[in-house]
Design a protein around this ligand. Structure first.
Ligand code: SF4
Length: 469
C-alpha cells in the first residue's frame, strides 16, 4: 500500500544547512566538484540537487572529472551493465588519485541501496570516502562533513521513506526543468529492483509541487517534466487523495507552455487522464507507455497487471482522444521462460501499435527480484538474436510512422546546435520526437515554429515558419 509521506522537519533542514555552513569554512574542503550520473531522469534530477548542495558548500563545477577535487558517482542498478560501468569508473579514479592525492571519491544512488552493497563497498572499495543511498540524499551535507573530518570511509544506507522539500538545486537547463511529483514504487514488477532501492510509493503534496512549478515559471522555464516511477498513481498516498489528472489540471492553470511527464504504468492509465490530455493545450501530446512484452503469459510472470488486449485498448483510446499523439515504450526481451512464440507476440504488438520510439533491453537478472529466481533463464545468444530482430523491426516501422508528421506544423524547444551542422539546431517537438531545423545558437532555449519536411533516421527535418502561419 502507498504510504502517507513524512516530510523532513524544519529542524532537520536547518541542521543540514548548518553542516553546509561548516563545510564552507573548512580550510581542507575540496574547491571543485564533478557529478557523474547514470540511469534515468530521477537520477539526473537527484544529481542536480547534489550539485546544488555542493555549490552552497562553496565548490565550483569542474568540466571533467580528472580536474575535480571531489567526484561523486550517482549510480543506477536497474541493469547490470550500468552497475558494472559505475564500479569500473570508480576503480579507474583510484589511479587518478595517485597524481591527485587529495581527490575525494563518493558513490551514491540506487546501487548503494542494493542489499549487501554497503558491506561490499566497505570491504572491496576502501578508497571510496563516502557512500550513501537515495533515501539519504537530504543528509548529504552531514555525511560530507563527517567524511571531511574522518580518516575512515563514511557509509550510510538508512531506510528513510521521507520527502525532502526545499533542497538546493543547480539545474542543467534554464528553459526546461525536472519536477519530481512522487518517489518510490509499489508495483513490484518481478524483473525490477526499483521498489527495493527507492522505497515505497509516496507523493509530494500538490501545494509543494505547485509552488515549485510557479518558481520555475518565474525564472522563465518553458517546459516542466513531471517525474515519478509511476506518475499515473500519483496522489494515492496523500492524506487528501488527488488524482494525477487532477494535479495536471491545477498545473495547467499556471500557463507554463509545455508540461510533460514520465513514467506511466498502463494499468493505472485512467480515462480521466486521457480526457484531461485531450482538452489541454499545455500538456504535450506525447505518452511513454512501457509495454515490456506482447504476450499475456509473460506479462503475468512480470506481474504487470494488464493483458495485451487491455494495453491495446488504452493505446486506442489515447489515439482517439489525442490524434497524432507521440507514443513510445520500453520492451524487455529474453524474460525467463520466454519462448520464440511469446517473443513473436511482442513483435506483432510492435507492428500493431507502431511506436514513434522504443527503448529495448535484454532482460538482466537483478538479485533479490522474483524473476531472478525463475527457472529457464533465456541463453544470452538467444536473447541477443531476439533483440536484433526487434530493433530492426522497430527501426523499419519507425521510419514509416514518423512520416505522418510530414507537412505538419510543429513547435520545437531548441536544445542546441545540431551535431551535423553549425547552421542547424535540434530539440524536441510537442510529440517528443527530435526535430532538426535551420537555426543558430541564439535559438537555444526558445520555442521555434516549423513545418516538418522529412524524416532522417529517428529525427524529423523541418523548415522554419512564422508563428502566424
Ligand atoms: S512500475 Fe514496475 S518497472 Fe516501473 S519502477 Fe515500479 S516496479 Fe519498476
Amino acid at each position: 500500500m502507498a504510504r502517507t509521506a513524512v516530510k523532513i522537519t524544519e529542524e532537520e533542514k536547518n541542521r543540514q544547512k548548518d553542516f553546509i555552513r561548516e563545510i564552507r569554512e573548512l580550510p581542507q574542503r575540496p574547491q571543485t566538484y564533478h557529478v557523474v550520473t547514470y540511469g534515468c531522469q530521477m537520477n539526473a534530477h537527484d544529481s542536480e540537487k547534489i550539485a546544488g548542495m555542493l555549490e552552497e558548500m562553496g565548490m565550483k563545477e569542474a568540466a571533467v572529472r580528472e580536474e575535480a577535487d571531489f567526484v561523486i558517482f550517482n549510480t543506477c542498478c536497474v541493469r547490470d551493465n550500468a552497475e558494472r560501468r559505475a564500479l569500473g569508473n570508480v576503480t579507474w579514479l583510484k589511479e587518478v588519485r595517485k597524481t591527485h592525492p587529495n581527490l575525494m571519491i563518493a558513490v551514491c544512488g540506487c546501487m548503494i541501496q542494493e542489499p549487501g552493497m554497503a558491506e561490499k563497498i566497505l570491504k572491496q572499495y576502501r578508497f571510496i570516502d563516502l557512500a550513501f543511498g537515495t533515501a539519504n540524499l537530504h543528509r548529504f551535507p552531514e555525511l560530507m562533513y563527517s567524511a571531511l573530518n574522518s580518516d575512515r570511509n563514511v557509509v550510510q544506507v538508512a531506510d528513510e521513506d521521507v520527502i525532502a522539500e526545499g533542497l538546493p538545486v543547480r539545474r542543467q537547463r534554464t528553459d526546461a526543468a525536472y519536477l519530481t511529483i512522487m518517489y518510490g514504487c509499489d508495483n513490484f514488477c518481478s524483473f525490477c529492483i526499483v521498489p527495493y532501492v527507492r522505497g515505497r510509493e509516496r507523493s509530494r503534496e500538490p501545494e509543494d509541487i505547485l509552488r515549485e512549478a510557479e518558481e520555475l515559471q518565474k525564472t522563465g522555464v518553458k517546459e516542466i517534466m513531471l517525474l515519478g516511477q509511476n506518475v499515473n498513481s500519483y496522489g494515492k498516498s496523500l492524506s487528501c487523495p488527488m488524482s494525477f489528472a487532477g494535479l495536471l489540471r491545477r498545473l495547467e492553470q499556471l500557463g507554463i507552455p509545455r508540461i510533460r511527464f514520465m513514467t506511466s504504468h498502463p494499468k493505472d492509465l485512467s480515462d480521466e487522464l486521457i480526457e484531461t490530455m485531450s482538452g489541454s493545450s499545455h500538456i504535450l501530446p506525447q505518452f511513454h507507455l512501457p509495454v515490456q512484452s506482447g504476450n499475456d503469459e509473460i506479462l503475468q510472470k512480470m506481474n504487470r497487471h494488464y493483458t495485451r488486449e487491455k494495453y491495446l485498448e488504452r493505446v486506442h483510446k489515447l489515439r482517439e482522444a489525442v490524434p497524432g499523439i507521440g507514443l513510445s515504450t520500453d520492451i524487455i526481451v529474453g524474460f525467463p521462460g520466454e519462448t520464440e512464440a511469446q517473443f513473436e507476440d511482442t513483435l506483432s504488438l510492435v507492428e500493431e501499435v507502431r511506436y514513434d520510439g522504443a527503448f529495448t533491453f535484454i532482460y538482466s537478472p537483478r538479485v533479490g527480484t522474483r524473476a531472478a529466481a525463475m527457472d529457464h533463464q533465456v541463453p544470452d545468444e538467444v536473447a541477443g538474436e531476439r533483440i536484433k530482430r526487434l530493433i530492426s523491426l522497430q527501426e523499419e516501422l519507425q521510419k514509416e510512422t514518423l512520416r505522418r508528421f510530414i507537412g505538419m506544423k510543429e513547435e520545437v524547444l531548441v536544445e542546441g546546435l545540431s551535431r551535423r551542422s553549425e547552421e542547424a539546431v535540434s530539440g524536441k517537438g510537442r510529440h517528443a520526437v527530435s526535430v532538426t531545423l535551420p537555426g543558430n545558437l541564439g535559438d537555444v532555449g526558445q520555442i521555434v515554429s516549423c513545418r516538418i519536411t522529412g524524416v532522417r533516421n529517428n529525427t524529423l527535418i523541418a523548415e522554419r515558419i512564422g508563428d502566424e502561419e
